[in-house]
Write a new protein. Structure first.
Length: 195
């Protein structure tokens, strides 16, 4: 008798008392048991029967689109709230545009995003957008001049007020950014004191 039920198993230490191979198929196992024996998903899909007949199964893409249509038509559906106010988003776009057009030495995109307090992927998206059509930001630059951090702070205060009223998404940071601590310069390295 083999306790795991896999047909090619011959290890009595791992599987049980008797090591004689028994011809069993994967289809007798439940998905949880089959996954516990590290059976590939492709073989699992071949041998496990579906709850539905083939003629009434939908293509996964079509099924997900039908679920989306059903969710959007629900009276409980509402579009997701924005992360920040329109003024703050506009100021951030202007700062990223200024960084993008800056010739010569400039901070890296990640560093600039960290200073603005945004994700490091958003400036990349904005730069692609500016490369396609910079006319909107050039018009804003001509009309409003260079962006100022005071305007950004004012827009952030407006975003905080909107967040308190529940008009924006709550902030959930996984990691707060903190400046790195400087290494203490002591008498040598920690592993070899006095060296």
């Amino acid at each position: 008798m083999i306790c795991c039920g896999i047909s090619n198993c011959t290890s009595p230490r791992v599987c049980g008392v008797d090591s004689t191979p028994v011809n069993r198929t994967i289809s007798r196992f439940t998905p949880a048991v089959a996954l516990s024996f590290r059976i590939p998903k492709s073989k699992l899909r071949e041998h496990l029967p579906s709850l539905y007949a083939k003629w009434c199964r939908a293509d996964p893409y079509d099924a997900s689109m039908a679920n989306f249509r059903l969710a959007f038509s629900s009276p409980l559906y509402h579009p997701p709230r924005p992360f920040r106010s329109k003024d703050e988003a506009h100021m951030i776009r202007r700062f990223v545009f200024q960084w993008w057009r800056c010739p010569g030495n400039k901070p890296s995109g990640r560093d600039w995003a960290r200073r603005l307090g945004i994700s490091n992927t958003w400036p990349v998206k904005l730069c692609h957008e500016f490369a396609r059509d910079p006319s909107e930001m050039l018009d804003a630059q001509r009309a409003e001049g260079d962006p100022k951090f005071a305007d950004l702070e004012r827009a952030r205060e407006e975003s905080q007020e909107m967040r308190r009223r529940g008009e924006l998404r709550p902030l959930r940071y996984k990691h707060h950014w903190r400046p790195r601590k400087k290494k203490r310069s002591g008498g040598g390295s920690g592993r070899f004191p006095g060296a």
